[in-house]
Design a protein around this ligand. Structure first.
Ligand code: UDP
Length: 413
């Protein structure tokens, strides 16, 4: 057993890790390629940073490739992102051309690697056309959608579907996101890595250190939202919820975020957030570097309540991270948040700043309920949203794709 996997056995249980070994046996040595559009920032990079080394530790030959785009390209793919989440977006011919050209150029560079792979996982719409530029591919190609596409803006989805329909399969995080596609669709929820800097236990003085580091008041309850500065994360709604809650309970708010290299709208949203926060010394807007994982970990642990008031959310790793730290989450009643925040049980789902303010006040008045919900939240993550479960489902999917409808698969060789 690899040393890395041994460590997971301590957290998730020996059986869970043994099961992974059993599943990977018929896949050993196979070539797997993941492609996405950024090495840092956002949930996809966060997942791949952990999933790739774990697959390697299990004996797969794994590569993680990142597509390189132009500003026009990222403008276009941000448009796709917004459109998939239901926003009506108009994309010009020139933008679509930039999208297709960047894909053709990147796919050409990576073609030898892609065409000889046994499995290629293409994450999100940015590199979706790769498949069409690899006519001699020999492996199974899977499109993995991380976005909330419960109600995509149809004209844009119709365009994207042309690039996606020839894949061997696609993966969505929730049943509500599935689409009409002429291939099998799998449901796999994302996960967090309990051993990463973002999620490991921290010494108490490091946790308390964030109060000094960011000028927070040590005796004032604090609520936190960690997110890219993106309108769908509703940072302005969070500030409004804070303002309303604060009329009844003393409180401070931290909005912590950073940019993703493939997100061109972040700066504008950050500016709006700073403006909305400027007249209140108890609202702290933190722009963190992409590798501030330990700082985010400490902030999540130091907070009393975590918010993720998204209006649309593919999954919401920030929710999982907070729950793992025993925090109840007040989350937008949408997408992947619903999978994690079980209303009144592991937190509250809300539909407005007023709703969020009401729940903040309730939890701060009922510390017993706050702690109870936090403990349940951690347990829910332990049982459902750790990397080991995620990996198991990937391996099962790969075996399923290789063996199709065969009625018997010999797992141990
Ligand atoms: N994150 C981070 N720094 C930031 C903002 C977010 O490291 O400034 C991380 C966050 O901890 C989480 C991921 O990026 O692991 C965001 O994933 P999520 O699914 O919540 O949202 P996405 O950005 O993919 O929409």
């Amino acid at each position: 057993m690899s040393e890395l996997l041994d460590r997971y056995a301590e957290v998730a249980g020996r059986d869970v890790v043994n099961h992974l070994y059993q599943l990977v046996a018929p896949l050993k040595g196979m070539k797997v390629v993941h492609v996405n559009s950024t090495k840092e920032g956002g949930g996809v990079a966060e997942i791949l940073r952990k999933l790739v080394p774990m697959m390697e530790a299990l004996g797969l030959d794994v590569k993680w490739e990142v597509l390189e785009g132009s500003p026009d390209f990222y403008q276009c793919t941000k448009g796709f992102h917004n459109a998939i989440q239901g926003f009506p977006v108009k994309l010009s011919e020139a933008m679509l051309e930039a999208y297709e050209t960047v894909n053709a150029e990147n796919a050409e560079k990576l073609r030898p690697v892609l065409e000889e792979a046994d499995f290629v996982f293409i994450h999100d719409p940015q590199p979706a056309p790769f498949l069409n530029f690899c006519p001699n591919r020999r492996g199974k190609w899977v499109w993995r959608c991380h976005i909330d596409c419960s109600r995509p803006y149809r004209p844009v989805w119709k365009y994207l579907k042309n690039w996606i329909q020839d894949y061997d399969a696609s993966i969505f995080s929730l049943a509500q996101f599935a689409q009409f596609l002429p291939h099998p669709q799998y449901l796999i929820a994302p996960s967090i890595d309990p051993l990463s800097e973002k999620n490991i236990d921290l010494p108490e003085d490091e946790i308390r250190g964030v109060f000094d580091q960011f000028g927070l008041k040590p005796d004032l309850p604090f609520i936190l939202q960690v997110s890219r500065f993106d309108r769908f994360k509703d940072p302005l709604g969070v500030i409004e919820a804070f303002r309303q809650a604060r009329k009844m309970v003393p409180l401070q708010l931290v909005l912590a975020g950073g940019g993703a290299t493939d997100d061109p709208e972040g700066e504008k949203v950050l500016e709006e957030v700073r403006k909305a926060a400027e007249d209140n010394e108890d609202v702290h807007v933190l722009l963190l570097p992409p590798d501030a994982h330990r700082t985010i970990n400490a902030l999540q642990r130091a907070s009393d309540i975590v918010l993720q008031k998204s209006l649309k959310e593919g999954f919401g790793l920030t929710v999982t991270e907070a729950m793992w730290k025993g925090k109840p989450v007040i989350g937008g009643d949408t997408g992947g948040i619903r999978l994690q925040v079980i209303d009144h049980f592991t937190g509250f789902t809300v539909r407005s700043p007023e709703g969020a303010a009401l729940r903040i006040r309730y939890l701060l008045h009922r510390m017993d309920r706050l702690e109870e919900m936090g403990a349940r939240a951690r347990r829910l993550v332990l049982e459902n949203f750790l990397l080991t479960r995620h990996l198991r489902e990937y391996l099962a999917l790969m075996i399923g794709l290789l063996h199709g409808l065969e009625d018997r698969i010999d797992m141990v060789q």
